[in-house]
Design a protein around this ligand. Sequence first.
Ligand code: NAP
Ligand code: MG
Length: 495
Amino acid sequence: MTDPIPSAAVPFLSRVGNQHFIGGKWQAGAGGLVVDTFNPGTGKVLATLARGGEQDIDAAVASARRAFEGPWSKFTPAQRQELLMRMHDLIERNYEELATLETLDMGAPITRTRNLKAFVLQVIRFFASQAMNCKGQTIPSSLGSNFTSLTLRAPVGVVGGIIPWNGPLISQWWILGGALATGCTVVMKPAEDASLTVLRTAELLMEAGLPEGVVNVVTGLGSEAGAALAAHPDVDRVAFTGSTETGRAIIRASASNIKRLQLELGGKSPDIVFADADLDKAVPGAAMGVFNNSGQICYAGTRLFVQRSVQDEFVERLVAFSKTLKVGNPLDADMQLGPLISARQLERVMSYVDIGSQEGADLVAGGERMQGPVADGYFIEPTVFANVNNSMRIAREEIFGPVISVIPFDTAEDALKLANDTEFGLGSAVWSSNIGTVNKMMHGIKAGTVWVNCYGMIDPAVGFGGVKHSGYGWKGGDQHLDGFLYQKSVYINGD
Ligand code: NAP
Ligand code: MG
């Protein structure tokens, strides 16, 4: 594909390059190193970014610390709320540019990135409301009638935000929103494969009137800039979204100064279809629960358990549905699926297709890299394996591509046992018209989210999180701010 760059993205792409965003300004990296970022739809270089290291992280953390102790600390909750609402309006006005940059940078179809607008804005409004919610309690004192006891809540300080490439336009807001609502400051390290919307958002934050240094962005590699941020002694908390393996490295790095952590990690989520489900809804619902964003979603329902009595019909309909999906140039508004993020990810996903076949699963749809006009990009057909066994590697390891493993089961007890037989605990779903079955599954499944007769929707007022190797900490809901605040108790002797 040799599509021209859409005009909405041209001004930013011509000004971005080789620079971090520190202290409210573009700043050249200390080492002068750069890293290319690719357009996964074409395989061509999209932009060249600064490859940050320890010195750049030092500068960004120092800037965030100065801002935390400076003018930002004087902002009242109402002022922080107002700023978030100004930010909301700026994101709304500039959304087409952001959606276009995200599609070019990480390959999600433009209809998907455009459709995310309502959700991104809803998340920002949610955090604007949370700015008024950083409150402590007064507690009737048992120490004596002369005592008053209360709790205060204060921002933890400098937060390191490390996010993956599968949707930075939205995922950055789970960190920025929490920090701006509470009065923390941030150093973001986006994924080297998708940094553009994070950089552009940092610019827009300055336009909204955010004091310089409250949000800083250092680009580069996880093993360099990311590792330096995770280990930095003056970072109070790290909010990390990414793989379980990197999560372990972040935990180890946190030991130096006992950093607080939030870890949103990988998944291998069970999606369970009972014979009494409405298959007209369950087939497309379960399919898109994996194929959305080409399978590059942490809570994708990649272990699809189907009750044996409807297995044949279900698989047939799933395969037919997968063949209706339009996969191609993500800038084309007709496309439902785009490419994978990188050549490396394509290679990884294709290796799992081989592994599944070698393990004896039936490859019943897809499984090939796409050829023709999209051959230079990293496209793979929506892929379905049937007759998968839960002990096969394709059922145990996170593939992070458009690959479904259909696993048959007989009874609800079997389904529950198989669903929980995983090291992960992120998403899950049940499709059934029997309330007793639904009840048994929603209580029995060990995961942070259970969807019933639907898949993948998130309401920021409710939130989501993980258990087991999928991490800890909650995004959204009343608990989100907990990680950005610390509590102190105050005992006042009124004598
Ligand atoms: P990843 O390799 O763990 O990378 C995530 C981020 O960590 C990137 O910014 C990466 O930078 C950085 N990083 C890598 N090594 C690091 C280190 N040693 N120290 C500090 N930072 C480091 O994950 P990914 O492959 O990009 O993303 C896919 C994974 O994210 C999947 O496992 C998926 O399930 C998970 N995910 C989870 C959620 C959730 O909410 N639970 C949401 C989305 C994705 P570079 O990329 O520049 O190396
Ligand atoms: Mg890219």
